[in-house]
Design a protein around this ligand. Structure first.
Ligand code: GTP
Length: 371
């Protein structure tokens, strides 16, 4: 572990590993960026713990510690549920999420010895950002460890003002959905520097001027088109959103900008502790209170019903006793583990690997259909 990052926090606790959730449109360079983070951290002698959550990826340029593909065969899921590729990926992620408590246990264990835990998400961004499983995974890691979202942007493909705005609106929706610290990562700066983006973010008049200079922004009579007016207004709205963001330019190809990125990640740790964590604790306390009230209410009603029942039926009440020596029927083997941590002991064979079951044409194997 890099000694500079494992120092105790001001509160005296040992510093916890930081989780980086990598999100971005298909082809923005998420996997290449994860590989770049991986090699950057290896060079700093602080190797990260990596989770691949994309069941459909054929090749990842890094060696993940936990790989969804070891647990779920997405092609098989497509066949069994009669789904198309996106439905298959989503269902695979849903099935994986049902085991996420095991994943979280492994991550928590590793979080004591690593500085960073990195999540690579499915190529189709909405499968992670707009699905229940994506929200469950995000909430689960963010309530366990300090977490930051790295939103990867394909800079060369974002130079048109309308595309830039669409991308920013998407980022905005994720920021307000997760409420987590957020870093805009302008990738591929070796092909296209990201200065134009920073200028548009800091000066909405510069963005509006760029918009006006693009063709199709006025109609035949020289009046601004509906889209042009909409984007002008949106740029004012986004001005507020930009205040909450850190933007860095990187090249996953050359490694430029990685130090700035990790500086931003460290700054996010403070933001997480000051803003996200207290909010999470407040929400938890409120939920506990509601649950407690609901529990008390049902216990009260149960006790009332029991009192009536006992008064009416005193003989049955005498026989109604619990025998503590009787064995609990549910005492089975809870230790089943089928999430694979590749960095743990011999692999494969130690765990139940569902994909292998399929390869042996095990006709008994079938996924439970959602109820
Ligand atoms: N020039 C340049 N190309 C890059 C950079 N980062 C990624 N690429 C290229 O962009 C393409 C897409 O990269 P990926 O890492 O596969 O992108 P992804 O977002 O993981 O794609 P999905 O698997 O569809 O989610 C590949 O051809 C990469 O080589 C970069 O910094 N510079």
């Amino acid at each position: 572990m890099d000694p500079s990052t494992s120092a105790p926090t001001p509160s005296g606790d040992a510093k916890k590993a930081m989780v980086i959730i990598t999100i971005g449109m298909a082809g923005a360079g998420k996997s290449t960026f994860v590989q770049r983070m991986n090699s950057y951290l290896h060079a700093k002698e602080s190797p990260p713990y990596i989770l691949n959550l994309d069941p459909a990826v054929t090749h990842v340029p890094f060696e993940p510690n936990i790989d969804i593909r070891d647990t779920i065969n997405y092609q098989e899921v497509m066949k069994q549920y009669n789904l198309g590729p996106n439905g298959g990926i989503l269902t695979a992620l849903n099935l994986f999420t049902t085991k996420f408590d095991q994943v979280l246990n492994l991550v928590e264990k590793r979080a004591e010895t690593v500085d960073y835990v990195i999540l690579d998400t499915p190529g189709q961004i909405e499968i992670f950002t707009w699905s229940a499983s994506g929200a469950i995974i995000t909430d689960a890691v963010a309530s366990t460890l300090p977490t930051v979202v790295a939103y990867i942007i394909d800079t060369p493909r974002t130079t048109a003002p309308a595309t830039f705005m669409s991308n920013m609106l998407y980022a905005c929706s994720i920021l307000y959905k997760t409420k987590l610290p957020f870093i805009l990562v302008f990738n591929k700066t070796d092909v296209q520097p990201h200065d134009f983006a920073l200028e548009w973010m800091h000066d909405f008049e510069a963005f509006q001027a760029a918009l006006a200079s693009h063709s199709g922004t006025t109609d035949d009579e020289g009046e601004p088109t509906y889209m042009n007016s909409l984007m002008n207004s949106m740029s004012l709205v986004l001005d507020e959103f930009y205040q909450h963001l850190t933007a860095v330019g990187v090249s996953s190809m050359t490694g430029a900008g990685m130090k700035e990125f990790f500086d931003a990640v460290e700054a996010s740790r403070t933001e997480y502790e000051k803003e996200y964590l207290p909010e999470l604790q407040r929400a938890r306390a409120a939920r506990e209170k509601t649950l407690q009230a609901a529990k008390e209410d049902s216990v009260n009603r149960l006790m009332k019903d029991l009192a009536v029942d006992r008064a009416r039926n005193p003989d049955a009440a005498l026989a109604d006793k619990w025998d503590p020596t009787e064995e609990d029927e549910d005492d089975g083997d809870d230790a089943e583990v089928n999430i694979i941590d590749r960095s743990d002991g011999p692999w494969p064979g130690q765990y139940i690997d569902v994909t292998r079951l399929n390869r042996r044409d095990d006709a008994e194997m079938s996924w439970p259909r959602p109820g």
